[in-house]
Each structure stands twice: as structure tokens, then as C-alpha cells.
Design a protein around this ligand. Sequence first.
Ligand SMILES: Cc1ncc(COP(=O)(O)O)c(C=O)c1O
Length: 403
Amino acid sequence: MLGLSQRSRFAGNAIEDGDEVAEKIARSGKEVISLNRGDPAAYFKTPGDIIRYSINVLKEGKTGYSYPGGVLELREAIATRQKRLYGLEIGPDEIVVTQGVSESILFLNSMLINPRDRAVVLRPYYPLYVPALQMEGGVPVYADYDESSGFRVDPDRLRKALYGARGKARYIIFSNPSNPLGTVMSRKELSELAEVAKDNDLLIMSDEIYDEIIYNGARFTSMSEVAKGIPAVILGGASKSFDAPGLRIGYAIIPDCGRYSRELLAKLMDYAKMRLCANTPAQYAFAKAVNDKAQHAKDTVKMVREIAKRANLATDLVNQSKYMKAARPSGAFYVFPRLNMDALKFKSDTELVRKLLEEEHVYVTDGSGFGAPGHIRIVSLAPQETLRVAVRKIDKFLSRYSK
Ligand SMILES: Cc1ncc(COP(=O)(O)O)c(C=O)c1O
């Protein structure tokens, strides 16, 4: 019988919802300003050493399947980095390498979730968290950041969300630095969150893929520094801090803190075995890049300095508009303005974003895609002049649709 599964209806990604329209516009010879996808390599050339290592590894013929959990060289490099940056003592067997963080998230949901299980998702969230959970029959329970305090974590809202989960929540997931907010959680927020997780027997899933993209005086604390002895998965990879998303290398660190964490690691390995391995040459190339800390520090400082300038400019420009207001980010590379919807003739932010693409050829993502209607997300990686043109077009477009 021909057909599709029930679960497949949850598949999709708001960040790419306008791709078909954007593609049509581009094919008709008009330029689209794409500020929808957080791809640093589109604007900052991936560091030369990563490219050189990739070429060398291919020349050496390292093109076979690797150990399903990731080549030892890379897992050792990740363990050393985690110790150097965050003081976490882990061995290579507490790490599983996946095809991007995305694959870890899909595997973890399949491993953990039975139909009707709950999971707490801090909102606004990175879009993948929700369909990955729903496809397994899970039900998201949202805990909103407190927008009035600059999107900080509110432990009372967390506890209320857990009350709503009626004892059926398996894990809590969030990204820090946050996509789409650009906030960086304080050690206090992380400690409070860890305490709530501990009190409620929740696994912590801390997505730290932007851990080195920090600016405007913020200081990043890894959940691995705080959640000592509490079951946690720390996610990271090549896509953002190493400016190489096309390598498709991510990892899940599950620090050993007793039987449950070991069970998780063993099960994640079973999942890893099903797809044989992550891209082998990319794993070796990434291992070299992680180990070459002097070169990496140089590359990152340069990139982050420029990202800060662009994110600050985008924030300033947005805040000059009568129709938008954004907090200044201090991590990742997104600006997430609230729209003055009362003053605008749109039924929703989704409609606004679609029309903006069709009429002005500026491609951003609707806040609804992140669980936050009434906002848009602007990727602030483009050069300053492009950001100026884009925000000017957005503002002009919004005035045209003002009431
Ligand atoms: C918070 C967050 N997690 C995960 C991902 C996907 O990571 P990967 O490229 O490693 O699959 C992204 C990509 O934008 C992200 O923003």
C-alpha cells in the first residue's frame, strides 16, 4: 500500500521554508539577500588549515568506514579540548561523533522517547528540537525565556512547565549560546536549570555548538562545568565555532556519572552503528583543527571580532525602525527583533516573512518557526553593506504595510 508514515508529517524546517520561492526569484535573474541560514562559511572562508587537512587526508586514502562512534584521534581531540576549555575530565569513550549535531539530536530522541513522553524545550528554540521529538510520538512542553528580562531563564516557569509535563518528561533541551536569541546563559542560570533537572530526574541536553562565538563582553560557561554528577549530553561540532558546517561533523559528550549515562552511551553507539560511521576524511581533518589550538584561536578571534561588528550593526539598524525592536546579542550570529504587529497589516509573522521575500527579495525566518510569533530572525553574518541594504528594505516594506 502506497503512503507516508504518520510521523513524517512533522518533518520540515522553518529556516528553509522559503527556499522554493527564493530559488524561483534567483532563477529569474534577481538577487535574493539570504539572511535565513546560519552558515558562517558562506561569509567567512573556512580556515585554510581545515581545507588543507581535508585534502591531505583524502590523498592519504583515508576514505574507508571508520569506527562507528568516531575515529579515536578525533574523540581524543574533543576530550582534550573539553578539558582545556571547561576543565571536564572525560575519556574518548564518553564521546560519540555524528554527522553534525543534527544527527545526535535525531538519535537521542529515538533512543529516549516513547509515545506521549514529554520533553521540556526552552522557547524560543532551535527548530529541529520539536519535530525530532514529535516524530517519536513525544510531546513538547515549553518553558518560555523571560523576554522582559532580556530572555533569561526563569526557574519558576521551568517548574511550571514540569508540572504541565505530569511526571512524564525525559529531558530538557536548549541551545547556549541561543539560536535564535543570541543570549549567553550565566553560570547562575545554568546552575538553577541543572538543579531543576536533578530534582525532576531529567536528562540535560545542552547544545553548545556556538560555544566560541561569544562577544560584547559575555562569558560562556559550559553545562559540563555545572552539571557535575547529573546526567547530561553536551553537543558540539565543526559547524559554527570551527566555521566548517559542510564537514557535517558533530559530537555528543555524555560524561560518565553512573549507570544511566553509561547506558546512554552504549545505546548511542548502537545508533551510530546503524549508519556505519560519520564522514571519515572530515573526522580526521576536524581532529587536526581541534588539536591545532594556536591556529584555531587566531582564526576564531578574527571571525568573532567581525561577527560582533555585524551583529551590533544589525541590532542598531533594526532599532532605528519604528516597527522592530531587538536586544543586543552576545553570542552566535542572530538578531531576533520583536515586530510591532499591532501597527502592521499582517495576520502573522509568517505571512510577513513570505511577502518580504516575494516583494523585497529579503529572506529571513519567521519567529513562529522558533516558537515565538511576532518576531523575525535575521542572520547577521553578511557584510555590513548587505545588512544595511537588507534592513533598509525591511523597514521600507514594513512602513508600506503599516496601518
Ligand atoms: C543550535 C543549533 N544546533 C544544531 C545545529 C545544527 O548543527 P549541525 O550543523 O552540527 O548539524 C544548528 C544549526 O544552525 C544550531 O543552530
